[in-house]
Design a protein around this ligand. Structure first.
Ligand SMILES: [Mg+2]
Length: 469
């Protein structure tokens, strides 16, 4: 395995960067993408807003307060991010034959042409890959490289923003040893807390334990695998993902569980492990299934389905817990499993992690709206403001634009697309007939690319023409 080089490519601030790409006025400005409602959460933050401490998954009101008056807050446009993502990874696949895509904006690759290459050669390859992605799409990727997936992913984190980090064999051990255990693949908050309680804070400390100790702390199922990773042993192959129908995790107990309290304690790390897999898959789930194998080897499964797919851990784990049955009623439990299914391709719902919290707040007279629409509706006078901030619109003469401000009976539209450069703003009465709703994808102005996609969806990927700017 001495010669192996795995790359991890991760788009920089992907959602916010697509907003800045397609709405040139926003370039260089602190953009926050996410739920605009009272309990909205940040789904994406541009580097200009990260300077102030804003981060993904932070409550939007908090991020807004940190960034201050300059903050530009926009609802997510999943359809635009989906098209941009597709084009990015078509470019990557043009150079790297096997791409293991983890989500909208990250993927592993193991280019065969790099087998046995020097660090310098790997760096040169990564720079060319980044340049190609930037030339074709206008978007910036950071790339990490190392002897396996774990190191490559850590390296891309160190490379950000707009950089490359190649971790050579010699520095691998010292780099891993000093990192907090949480950075290890598959260690979630529950496992982290368990380890920290025992005084194990770093990957090096975890690596120094015996196999038996790790199995004892983290369970016989995932313990050994995590211990290997902590010791820098990572020979997992890079492979295109088959579309899994279900993502699950399960654990067999050394001693049968006899109470609901014991099951409640046991389910968290299992559900968390399944959730980590779901996140890596890049999709959301609608259905949660709990599998209970009894000591007589008979199996009970129970499932429940949410109204929408989500990748949010809280909602999924809570549902799994509710599905448990009391061993005092059904008998001792030997094995517990948690599965997620009803997986949706475009992880649109993950852009709205706050929906389940916000839904009960939607008001009765908005009942026709979807929960998402309710989330992003203006706080006041929804009837008087047909346009909402972030809407894509089109004007007969001025072309494609987006609503920069709405309320008080007027809407301010910025007319611009990716290729136009910063555009002019014009204000219209809210009820104007000069504006109509536009396809958000038109803001990319990738007519050549999208035309090819529409003409023949099954043809080879469109050529990597340099974007016309
Ligand atoms: Mg990213």
């Amino acid at each position: 395995m001495e010669s192996r080089w795995v790359l991890h490519l991760d788009m920089d601030a992907f959602f916010a960067s697509v907003e800045q790409l397609t709405r040139p006025t926003l370039r260089g400005r602190p953009v926050l993408v996410g739920g605009l409602g009272g309990r909205g959460v940040v789904a994406g933050a541009s580097y200009e807003s990260r300077v102030f401490g804003a981060r993904s998954a932070m409550p939007m009101h908090q991020a807004r307060r940190m960034v201050g008056i300059a903050a530009v807050v926009l609802p997510p446009r999943g359809v635009v991010y989906g098209v941009a993502s597709r084009r990015v990874f078509e470019v990557v696949r043009g150079v790297v034959p096997v791409v293991e895509q983890l989500s909208f904006d990250e993927a592993f690759g193991e280019p065969p042409q790099l087998a046995g290459a020097s660090s310098g050669e790997v760096e040169e390859f990564c720079e060319q890959l980044r340049r190609r992605v930037r030339d074709v799409t206008g978007l910036v990727a950071s790339v990490g490289a190392g002897s396996g997936k774990q190191i490559a992913k850590i390296a891309s984190g160190l490379a950000k923003p707009d950089g490359i980090r190649v971790v050579g064999r010699a520095e691998e051990r010292s780099l891993l040893d000093g990192l907090p255990v949480r950075r290890l693949w598959g260690i979630g908050p529950v496992a982290e807390e368990k380890l920290n309680r025992l005084g194990i804070e770093t990957i090096g400390q975890l690596a120094a334990l015996t196999d038996a100790e790790v199995a004892n702390i983290l369970g016989a199922t995932i313990g050994p695998a995590l211990h290997r990773l902590a010791r820098g042993i990572d020979d997992r192959p890079v492979a295109e993902r088959a579309e899994a129908k279900q993502i699950s995790a399960e654990s067999t107990f050394a001693v049968d569980l006899n109470s609901l309290e014991q099951l409640h304690d046991a389910i968290d790390p299992i559900a968390e492990h399944a959730h980590q897999r779901l996140l890596r898959d890049g999709r959301g789930a609608r259905t949660v299934t709990v599998k209970l194998k009894k000591s007589d080897m008979s199996t009970l499964t129970r499932s429940a389905t949410l109204p929408y797919a989500t990748a949010e851990a809280g909602a999924l784990v809570a549902l799994a817990r509710r599905l448990l049955l009391d061993p005092r009623e059904i008998g001792p439990i030997r094995l517990l499993g948690v599965g997620f299914s009803g997986l949706s391709d475009v992880r649109q719902e993950s852009l709205f992690p706050d929906l389940d919290l916000a839904a009960p707040e939607s008001e009765a007279h908005h009942s026709v709206e979807t929960a998402a629409e309710a989330m992003f509706a203006p706080v006041s006078e929804p009837e008087a403001a047909p346009w909402r901030v972030g809407d894509d619109v089109v004007h007969r003469e001025l072309g494609h634009g987006w609503v920069q401000g709405a309320g008080h009976g007027v809407a301010t539209v910025r007319f611009e697309t990716r290729s136009s450069g910063p555009g002019q703003a014009r204000t219209f009465p809210a009820g104007t007939e000069d504006l109509s709703r536009a396809n958000p994808i038109d803001s990319l102005d990738w007519a050549d690319y999208l035309g090819a996609l529409r003409a023949d969806d099954t043809s080879a990927p469109a050529g990597d023409d340099v974007a016309d700017r």
